[in-house]
Design a protein around this ligand. Structure first.
Ligand code: R5P
Length: 237
């Protein structure tokens, strides 16, 4: 195994550890929000295993088509907001976590809008990460993804550039075409280098007409499970 393969395997093992711990919070009869991404994928696998082996009875709302397909393949029953307007728990990964505030950047996988709807609908929102996701200031490693409607996107991109971003660019597929979310919108990735005031920035972004939502998740996280080489830590306010 090459050095980079080894490091990938180490990170995957950490993600899995956090995911398995979060799944231990799920109890019989719960309505559960299922996140998206590589860490959430471990979580859905672990949940599926509990459904299969223990006969755990849950209902789930997935945050993407990919997570919905994975859940269905594992025979996890899917519900909706009509039957379950409030979720008992939602579990999801993150791209950056500011440890002191539990503020997050999410949406590298394009699922930020459904993820936010699910997170704010949950009584308990548990974030699962490996320790590389912890930052002192949001924006250090990741741009903020902003989901916008496709029509007139260049205008919205211009306005987003005026919110203090170093660069703003539409997310594209490998063939150069615009990336499309599950909601048929597009994403502008805005790089701020370091976000001094996440609340002020969130207000500024959401006030632009054409913006649907953004990847700043503020005041929504109940706890973060961080898996690192020194073990698993739980961060809560
Ligand atoms: O849109 C994607 C989500 O916000 C993911 O939860 C986030 O990008 C973290 O993904 P991963 O667990 O693959 O690092």
């Amino acid at each position: 195994m090459s050095e980079s393969e080894e490091s990938k395997a180490r990170v995957a093992a950490l993600k899995r550890e956090a995911a398995i711990k979060a799944v231990s919070y799920v109890e019989d009869g719960m309505a559960v929000g299922l996140g998206t991404g590589s860490t959430a994928k471990f979580m859905i696998d672990a949940l599926g295993e509990r459904v299969r082996k223990e006969g755990l009875r849950i209902r789930a709302i997935p945050t993407s088509e990919a997570s919905a397909n994975q859940a269905s393949a594992l025979s996890i029953p899917i519900t909706n907001f009509s039957d379950d307007p409030e979720l008992d728990i939602a579990i999801d990964g993150a791209d950056e976590v500011q440890a002191g505030s539990l503020f997050l950047i999410k949406g590298r996988g394009g699922a930020l809008l459904r993820e936010k709807i699910v997170a704010v609908s949950a009584r308990r929102f548990v974030v699962i990460v490996d320790e590389s996701k912890l930052v002192d200031d949001l924006g250090t490693h990741m741009p903020v993804p902003v989901e916008i409607i496709p029509w007139g996107w260049e205008r919205v991109e211009n306005l987003l550039c005026k919110t203090g971003a170093r660069h703003c660019q539409p997310r594209r597929n490998d063939d150069g075409s615009l990336y499309q979310t599950d909601n048929h919108n597009i994403i502008i990735d805005c790089d701020y280098e370091r976000i001094e005031d996440p609340r002020a920035l969130a207000d500024q972004i959401i006030s632009i007409t054409g913006v649907v939502d953004h990847g700043l998740f503020l005041d929504v996280t109940t706890e973060v499970l961080v898996a690192g080489t020194g073990g698993l830590r739980r961060l809560a306010l």
